[in-house]
Write a protein that binds this ligand. Sequence first.
Ligand code: ADP
Length: 543
Amino acid sequence: MEGLMMQQPLRVASLLTHAERHHGSQEIVSRRVEGDIHRYRFVELAQRARRMANALAGLGIKAGDRVGTLAWNGYRHMELYFAVSGSGAVLHTLNPRLHVDQLAYIIDHAEDQVVFFDLTFLPLIEAVAQRVQSPKVFVAMTDRAHMPATHTLPIMLLCYEDLIDSHTQVFDWPPLDENCASSLCYTSGTTGHPKGVLYSHRSTVLHTYAAALPDALNCSARDVILPVVPMFHVNAWGLPYIACMVGAKLVFPGPALDGKSLYELIEAEQVTLSAGVPTVWQGLLRHVGERGTTFTSMRRTVVGGAPCPTAMTAEFQERYRVDVLHAWGMTELSPVGTVCSFKAHQLSLSPQQRYSIQATQGRAVFGIDMKIVDADGSELPWNGISAGDLMVRGPWVTRGYFRSDDAQPLVDGWFPTGDVAKIDPDGFMQITDRSKDVIKSGGEWISSIDIENVACLHPDVATAVCIAAKHPKWDERPLLLIVKKPGRSLDSDELLAFFDGRVAKWWRPDAVVFIDEVPIGATGKVLKNRLRELYQDHYVSAR
Ligand code: ADP
């Protein structure tokens, strides 16, 4: 029909050209693996991304080819985000915390043609290189002076800065179809091989619009954003793209993710918004608490990837005046699905009522449809009580896995998340469990997350994990695994008594096991399945 709008394709490279033109002097600050702090501006990012795009073409990379990265959050990784995707190839971010065999599997499954890596990962890449067939070139993300003197890589090793220096910055981003692939991220399922989720230019740009909105991650040109969530994990929740769209300053922490290093960077660069998983924030809060100091600029932090305990929300907000944005997402959702920001009528609620809202993962951002269903697939009401399997659909939700022979995951066009959730009449969704973590006691479900939240409120508890342990009478009963704060003398009876009045009687765990530490997986989350393997017979063997 005449008089309609232009059909401008949505492309990743457009985010960069926008940032260069409209926010060219905005800064990107990176702590490098070389140990120093590097800073430059969006205009230089764009110039170097174009040089790298020319270099990729020189290496024979064609549209659709996969290019791997094994790197921390930093400016060179950001350059690859745009050089690779912008030129039509597929950026495949690799998680260095995976086992070497899994990494090798993923690289070959994706047929990565080139793999870029940070110097920290030379030993890992040497081990991986012995096991893979696909890559034709490795590139160390450093300059000539820091190139490794020796290595055991069986194929060519190039130097990142040499590639940049030997190519011009004249490059026209190709007019790609918005539905072609831009990046690839494997999700580490608990069973079988990791599965690849392939994002498109269109899905990435739409996700960027949605995730930047005020009631989502709330990002603007006045923000200084610190993505602690790694760029190898679902594109750092989209923050590198968002920063380009809105013109925010970016601060990259490199490999230093301990509380002290993060705190120093936050203060030095006057970060206003950070994002990461609860385990990272625990380290940060411990450091700031021990030093008796505070945050002078940080006003918001996005907590996601795992439930944010109310105790953590309260500490951030009451002690430091840092608002917590509790968010839920998945690799399969690019990742943002819901974010917890208040509606107007909730602002006048009591602090306790507001904390119970903040314990939810929040409302769906526009673009994500969600529903909860029972075992027969029938939709359940949004009454804040009924819990069922959470299903989602939307333009940045995957419809299948990359090169997967498995049955396609969708059920009538909906993606089953594997999470169990309830939704209240205001549309606030709360994950009560992963379907495999839920505790089925005598045919009724107990939420392991609710139990953990209560345990975390006890002042002597550092970390709480609740698992389903086999039970001769009830099939399963909750078992609580606790890491105490240093020097505390908490015992089981005291902790179990703490549950009285806080949860239904039959939800109270039957026992507590004190442990020294919890196993943490590749994306910074507690490995519940490993703990389940160790302790699931606790009630059976205790008899
Ligand atoms: P990410 O860790 O970025 O969210 P993954 O694909 O690794 O992505 O993991 C997704 C799963 O993590 C979800 O299905 C859900 O079980 C869990 N998860 C993510 N965010 C939250 C949250 N805020 N609260 C509870 N669970 C969460």
